[in-house]
Ligand binder design. Structure first.
Ligand SMILES: [Zn+2]
Length: 222
């Protein structure tokens, strides 16, 4: 690995597998630019998609000159989700699409509240599907989960500590939508990013489950 960066992204934004990304190309930062780009490729034979890792100049306390900030892939800016996500919640895909459209039209206030709603629908529909999958007999689970406050749902059904924290903050961001968005304008961006992290978490969990199943039943694998 290039020693001036802290790390490569651990997973592919397209197939969601844990990967050792292939370093394809990097830019030479402009003299006063504080961003550094590396083009990476997914090594998975069925994927092989290219994506961009964006690094920010590291601070003194950071371990490297450039620190991974975010990933840019085609998918992130679109409103198309993997069929697995639409299977969990078609309503989420629909509401998210509405919020995204509102954002594109510059309607920040309106899209913040809609993103918050999308987040809640996704988290709850995921929780419902997961519970039913683990215990098909679970009675009235749908009603119970739908009545739960969003934060409680997040804490109960998501295992990743960091994601939990982010999702909780996002839930809190949207709690008092009207007043909050007037004060803080651009928090809809954070809500959208939190939603993408939740989507990402769900897809990673699926990739891990699929892999486990393949390992348990080698013949059923691809
Ligand atoms: Zn991939």
């Amino acid at each position: 690995m290039a020693d001036h960066i802290d790390r490569y992204p651990e997973s592919c934004p397209y197939c969601y597998r844990y990967i050792k990304a292939i370093h394809r190309w990097e830019n030479i930062p402009y003299e006063d630019s504080n961003l550094y780009y590396i083009v990476l490729q997914c090594p998975d034979a069925g994927c092989q998609k290219l994506f961009l890792a964006v690094y920010k100049e590291g601070k003194k306390e950071d371990s490297a000159e450039w620190v991974l900030d975010h990933i840019i892939s085609e998918k992130q800016n679109a409103t198309k989700f993997d069929p697995y996500i639409s299977d969990i919640s078609e309503k989420f895909v629909d509401i998210y699409g509405q919020a995204f459209k509102a954002e594109q039209m510059g309607l920040g206030d309106a899209c913040g509240a809609t993103y918050r709603k999308a987040l809640e629908i996704l988290v709850k529909d995921y929780a419902i599907k997961k519970t039913i999958k683990e215990d098909p007999e679970a009675d009235s689970v749908e009603e119970t989960i739908k009545k739960q406050p969003l934060a409680k749902c997040i804490n109960e059904y998501f295992k990743d500590g960091k994601l939990k924290e982010i999702a909780n903050r996002a839930a809190w961001l949207g709690n008092d939508e009207v007043h909050y968005y007037k004060l803080w304008g651009k928090d809809y961006e954070k809500l959208r990013e939190a939603i993408m992290l939740v989507v990402y978490y769900i897809m990673q969990e699926k990739a891990a489950d699929d892999l486990l199943e393949e390992m348990n039943n080698p013949k059923s694998g691809k």
